[in-house]
Design a protein around this ligand. Structure first.
Ligand SMILES: *[C@@H]1O[C@H](CO)[C@@H](O)[C@H](O)[C@H]1NC(C)=O
Ligand SMILES: *[C@@H]1O[C@H](CO)[C@@H](O)[C@H](O)[C@H]1NC(C)=O
Ligand SMILES: *[C@@H]1O[C@H](CO)[C@@H](O)[C@H](O)[C@H]1NC(C)=O
Length: 143
């Protein structure tokens, strides 16, 4: 595992399912819950983007620059601990996933970090799996 590549927008969810849910009952996509959030940052500052208050069983963070259709995988946790794209890959900021959370922390945010961050979270429960997509619009101000 490990190489995070530029992948088509719709593939985030599909690949997520294919890679992670083999053998699990897959829900009707209509049952996916969508939550839209907003976050503000300043150039050079730090921002933490939330992905719910309960730790998901698995989650993947993706990023689409403002006005860009492409979605880039930034970080994920398939249950074996978080994996984050290395800064050398030209991501939007220095990234980390704080311990025991599904949040995405951005440090030394640049203008280029502005865009839409999507956390696709799957919560496994006795009643079946529940999927929530968190869309966070990050606005970066200052210079
Ligand atoms: C972000 O800034 C906008 C405009 O200043 C403000 O309306 C909004 O409430 C802020 N959002 C957050 C989450 O602080
Ligand atoms: C951002 O986080 C880093 C590391 O935790 C810290 O050293 C730095 O002071 C923070 N920057 C701001 C503007 O708070
Ligand atoms: C994360 O969870 C593990 C296991 O529950 C615990 O041992 C560890 O102290 C937690 N770390 C933090 C930073 O909360």
């Amino acid at each position: 595992m490990g190489t995070l590549k530029r992948i088509p927008a719709n593939c985030l969810f599909l690949c997520f399912l294919l890679l992670s849910l083999q053998g699990m009952e897959i829900l009707d996509p209509d049952e996916v819950e969508y939550i839209r959030l907003q976050a503000n940052g300043t150039v050079g500052g730090n921002v933490t983007l939330e992905c719910g208050s309960v730790l998901p069983t698995i989650f993947i963070w993706g990023y689409a620059r403002a006005g860009s259709p492409g979605n880039v995988a930034l970080a994920y946790n398939y249950g074996q601990g978080p994996k984050v794209q290395p800064p050398a890959h030209g991501g939007p900021a220095h990234l980390s996933v704080p311990a025991n959370t599904s949040a995405l922390r951005l440090e030394q945010v640049s203008r280029e970090a502005e865009g839409t961050y999507t956390c696709q979270a799957l919560y496994d429960a006795d009643q079946g799996a529940r999927i929530t997509f968190y869309y966070t619009q990050l606005v970066v101000s200052g210079d």
